[in-house]
Design a protein around this ligand. Structure first.
Ligand code: CA
Length: 233
């Protein structure tokens, strides 16, 4: 890590297109962040393993090791640094894969640098507010440990992806309220999906099957034409 005497927030940019990497670095430095760059996947992963970053900007298509493989491996190592993925591909499946692997947000190239800066601010803000909250949440016999990011229902552990955990946390924090798709996409993914995609429904159906599954008592409800609600009755 380069010296960081001003205690700036540290951001790692893993991007093999050097012009784009340089533009991102310069723009972030203009906002007073401390920025390091890596031009291939191996180097990026090595830096993540040895340094502390507040945010990682990770391209998907990289030499040596691709961004999704890096993401999967760092989440497996319990490194929960926020990750903003970059990709030239806009296909829904790629976004779902990235988000499912534990990315916090997504930006499709080409993007406006202002858009990138806004996403960065938002992710860093979300991270700092996360610190001040309680460490467990519960509804009925379902409980979430926000530190270990584990979920239990009726004494049984429920395996969740990082994204599913965040979604569940959002629902429990807003129990007994109807959450529409716009609120959910803005809260969990920081932006609205293209109209016509059903990513949110796909995610909620997966999550719902894991949480309610065989349980007699259902916690998830579909509010037709609007969205979803979690309630305890
Ligand atoms: Ca690339």
């Amino acid at each position: 890590m380069t010296e960081n005497p001003k205690n700036q927030l540290a951001i790692l940019v893993v991007e093999d297109e050097k012009k784009i990497a340089a533009l991102i670095k310069k723009s972030l430095e203009g906002e007073e962040y401390a920025v390091e760059t890596a031009y291939d996947g191996d180097k990026g992963e090595q830096l993540i393993a040895t340094n502390h970053y507040d945010l990682i900007i990770l391209d998907i298509m990289l030499p040596k090791k691709d961004g999704l493989a890096i993401l999967s491996s760092i989440r497996g190592e319990k490194i929960f640094t926020p990750v903003l993925m970059l990709t030239a591909k806009g296909a829904v499946e790629d976004r779902v894969t990235g988000l499912d692997t534990g990315a916090d947000d997504y930006l499709v190239k080409p993007f406006a640098i202002e858009e990138l800066l806004a996403r960065v601010r938002s992710l860093l803000r979300r991270k700092s507010t996360d610190k001040a909250v309680a460490t467990t949440l519960a509804i009925a016999d379902l409980s979430l440990d926000l530190v270990s990011r584990k979920a239990m229902r009726g004494g049984r552990k429920i395996e969740l992806t990082s994204r599913e955990f965040s979604l569940l946390e959002y629902f429990i924090r807003n129990k007994n309220k109807t959450l529409d798709r716009t609120m959910i996409s803005q809260q969990i993914w920081n932006y609205n999906f293209d109209t016509g995609t059903n990513i949110i429904d796909v995610y909620i159906n997966h999550l719902r099957a894991k949480i309610d599954g065989e349980n007699e008592k259902k916690l998830f409800y579909t509010i037709r034409g609007i969205g979803y609600m979690m309630k305890d009755e």
